[in-house]
Design a protein around this ligand. Structure first.
Ligand SMILES: [Zn+2]
Length: 233
C-alpha cells in the first residue's frame, strides 16, 4: 500500500467517525443557520455566548492547511456575513472569529471549522495575554516569517548584501527610538551578533515562543463594530 493510499485511508476513517460530517449529512440534527454547496453554519451546542455559530466546510478537512484556497475564501466570505448578522440580529457589540488549528491550539474534533462568537463589552471572554518580547526577538521572528511567506508566494529572495543593509537599517531605526545618543558601528555589529547568536540558539531549541501576534490588536478592541456594520447599509 502506498503512502498516499494510507493517508487517504486515515482521512476516510476520520470522516467515517466525524460527528460534524454526520451533522452535515443530516444524520445528527442541528440548529442550522445557513447552508450552500460548500459550507454549513449551525449554532454551537456548547456556546461561548448566545448566538455562537460554527461554520463548517461540507468536505471533511482535518486542519486549515488542508482546506483548498477556493473553499477557505468562500468560508471567510460567509463568516463575514454571519458576523454582520450577529451584530444586527442579536444587537451584539462585536464578534470574535476564532479557529483552533491543531491540537496545540485546542482543536478537539478533526473537522476544520470557524467559530463566530458574539461579544458584548466586558463579557470576560477571550482575554489575549500580553507577553514581553525584546525588539531583537521581534526582528528575528519577522525575518524568519518573511522568508517563509516569500518562499510560499514565490517572491524573489533578497541578496545577502541587501538583507544585511536592511537588517542594519531596521536595527538602527529601533535603536534611534530607544535613545538619542550617538550610534556607532560597533553597537550595530554587537546587536547583529546578538541576533545571530539568538537565531542559532533558536535553531537548536525549537520550543515555541509565547504567542504575541495579537498583542497590538488588544489595543484596538474598542473599535466600534456597529459603525463598521453601518458601512454595509
Ligand atoms: Zn468531518
Amino acid at each position: 500500500m502506498s503512502e498516499n493510499n494510507t493517508t487517504q485511508d486515515v482521512a476516510a476513517m476520520q470522516k467515517e467517525n466525524c460527528i460534524f460530517c454526520k451533522i452535515i449529512d443530516g444524520e445528527i440534527p442541528s440548529k442550522k443557520i445557513f447552508e450552500d454547496e460548500l459550507c454549513l453554519a449551525t449554532l454551537d451546542i456548547n456556546p461561548a455566548s448566545e448566538g455562537h455559530i460554527i461554520l463548517l466546510p461540507k468536505e471533511h478537512y482535518h486542519i486549515m492547511p488542508l482546506v483548498p484556497d477556493e473553499t477557505i475564501s468562500h468560508l471567510f466570505n460567509i463568516a463575514q456575513k454571519l458576523s454582520l448578522t450577529l451584530l444586527r440580529g442579536l444587537s451584539m457589540q462585536g464578534t470574535t472569529t476564532f479557529i483552533a488549528n491543531g491540537a496545540a491550539a485546542g482543536q478537539k474534533a478533526p473537522h476544520f471549522m470557524i467559530h463566530i462568537i458574539p461579544r458584548l463589552e466586558n463579557d470576560g471572554l477571550f482575554k489575549i495575554p500580553k507577553n514581553h518580547i525584546s525588539k531583537e526577538d521581534l526582528l528575528i521572528s519577522q525575518k524568519k516569517i518573511k522568508g517563509r511567506i516569500n518562499l510560499l508566494f514565490g517572491l524573489k529572495e533578497k541578496s545577502e548584501n541587501q538583507k544585511k543593509i536592511d537588517e542594519n537599517n531596521d536595527v538602527q531605526k529601533t535603536k534611534i527610538k530607544e535613545t538619542d545618543s550617538e550610534k556607532t558601528n560597533d553597537e550595530l555589529n554587537e546587536l547583529n551578533n546578538l541576533i545571530n547568536d539568538k537565531e542559532e540558539k533558536n535553531e537548536l531549541n525549537k520550543e515555541k515562543k509565547p504567542n504575541i501576534e495579537n498583542e497590538n490588536k488588544e489595543e484596538k478592541k474598542n473599535a466600534n463594530l456597529d459603525d463598521i456594520a453601518n458601512l454595509f447599509g
